[in-house]
Design a protein around this ligand. Structure first.
Ligand code: TRP
Length: 458
């Protein structure tokens, strides 16, 4: 069976950037930056990307492109069938797991885009936003309907294949995402009082940067770049032999970081404009679905056309960002099932779609009818989120860096990196050093930190 590749370099980069740019860029990065030292945090974050993120991204690219197959197969081939092949399988499993809760939030963005477009936030007072959100997520039907829509969308793109599905959708959605981000940034920074928001986001304050903040920046860098589970490895298996791996990785990281910083320019000027402080707005879901609808409504004129447009654009931005990331996660599992079990792409995608639909609905219902189903004090959604983020991803990341640094054949590594002698390889030693020593130790610390071990020791 012949295997498709991405049709162009730009298509390949946009697809990978689509995977990286996701909810994490909007609902975590800006607020983490503002609270942890502004420009100082950004510098630490960029350093994490350069020192840890890029070497791992390049390694994932290289393994995927070398093997030209799904992540599980790629690690089997690259490890000559040794037990390291399990790293690939772990990645596939992790992606499948992340997808189950990620689609729940993807579905919420659709609902909020719809509410914004129909001017449903007109004259809602600040406290009511909590009720609107809780009423929505606790409802057994409405989130489920949006979830089904979201998943059908993903399924449609995936079944169209690599070039006419993933690549073509990335070529439409990523430019749309840039345009929306830019338009929202312009609207927000031209508000009166915007400069205080910009100052909050950017003013460097090194006194806030402690070891905790560094660990937070590392964790965010990994999540934001979609590393540690073979997402980018799968996409790279569709790169052709001329795609420059290191350069593509740098491009993807720059796009991802650029969008994350711009998300800060959208959020904080509006927040300060209405006299709120960053402490009032929360992080994650409460930031996105409770504070921001209120912020936009007040900053751009309650019920005005501008408020409707800004709010609708913002949730469309989140929707597109979540969709392209979810597509990349789905592709990891679909490519795995289809190639390892020799199923047709359609049949494989249908299996993946059905499982995430069922598990996703369970996650979604865990805010309503299933809220009493808990384990370790977490509902089903939180279990999927925390188990994948705090356990599976760090383990995967650590194993991938150790594999790429210590186990993978050095000649193969160098050959792939240089596109078999046609490109000059720079910083090769630094790359290896990071993969061998820095990344495993750093990820190990993030892991222990997330499990609360350091707090415990204090
Ligand atoms: N990077 C995406 C975000 O910022 C989420 C994501 C997609 C992801 N694929 C991933 C995270 C793989 C970790 C691993 O929201």
């Amino acid at each position: 069976m012949s295997r498709e590749n991405f049709g162009s370099k730009i298509g390949a980069i946009l697809a990978a950037a689509g995977s990286a740019v996701g909810l994490g860029n909007v609902w975590r990065f800006p607020i983490e930056t503002g609270e942890n030292g502004g420009a100082a945090f950004i510098i630490v974050y960029v350093a994490c990307i350069i020192v840890l993120g890029l070497p791992i991204m390049i390694s994932e690219f290289l393994i995927g492109r070398y093997a030209h197959t799904n992540t599980a197969g790629a690690f089997r081939i690259a490890s000559n069938g040794s037990p390291w092949k399990w790293v690939g399988r772990l990645g596939v499993f992790t992606g499948w797991f992340i997808l189950c809760y990620y689609i729940v939030v993807g579905a919420w963005t659709l609902h909020y885009a719809f509410l914004s477009a129909t001017n449903a936030f007109y004259d809602v007072d600040a406290k009511q936003y909590v009720d609107i959100f809780n009423g929505f997520v606790q409802n057994p039907w409405i989130p489920t309907v949006w979830l089904v829509c979201f998943v059908v969308f993903i399924h449609f793109v995936i079944t169209r294949g690599v070039q006419s599905g993933i690549e073509r959708s990335a070529k439409v959605m990523m430019p749309a995402l840039f345009v929306i981000t830019l338009a929202l940034t312009v609207c927000s920074v031209s508000l009166p009082g915007a400069s205080r928001g910009i100052e909050f986001l950017l003013k460097p304050d090194w006194s806030k940067v402690d070891s905790n903040v560094v660990l937070q920046a590392m964790g965010q860098a990994f999540y934001s770049l979609s590393l540690a589970m073979g997402c980018l490895c799968t996409y790279a298996s569709y790169f052709d032999h001329r795609t420059p791996l290191a350069k593509s990785a740098v491009n993807v990281a720059m796009i991802d970081t650029g969008i994350a910083i711009m998300a800060g320019f959208i959020i904080f000027p509006s927040v300060f404009n209405i006299g709120m402080t960053p402490d009032d707005i929360g992080i994650g879901a409460s930031l996105t679905f409770i504070s921001l609808p209120n912020v936009f409504q007040q900053a751009f004129g309650n019920g005005s056309i501008l408020a409707v447009i800004v709010s609708t654009m913002f949730y469309s931005l989140l929707f597109v960002a979540a969709l392209t990331s979810a597509i990349s996660l789905h592709e990891v599992a679909t490519a795995y099932v289809s190639e390892e079990f020799a199923w047709s792409r359609k049949k494989a995608a249908t299996l993946v779609t059905s499982t995430i639909m069922v598990l996703g609905i369970l996650c979604s219902l865990s805010f309503g009818p299933l809220c009493s189903v808990t384990l370790f004090g977490r509902n089903i959604f939180e279990l999927f989120d925390d188990f994948s983020g705090m356990v599976l991803l760090p383990i995967g990341g650590m194993l991938i860096s150790i594999f790429a640094g210590w186990v993978l054949n050095r000649k193969l590594y160098h050959d792939e990196l240089s596109n078999y002698g046609t490109l000059r390889v720079r910083y090769y030693r630094l790359l290896t050093f990071s993969l061998r020593y820095v990344a495993p130790v750093a990820i190990g610390m993030v892991f222990l930190d997330q499990l609360g071990v350091f707090d415990f020791l204090k």
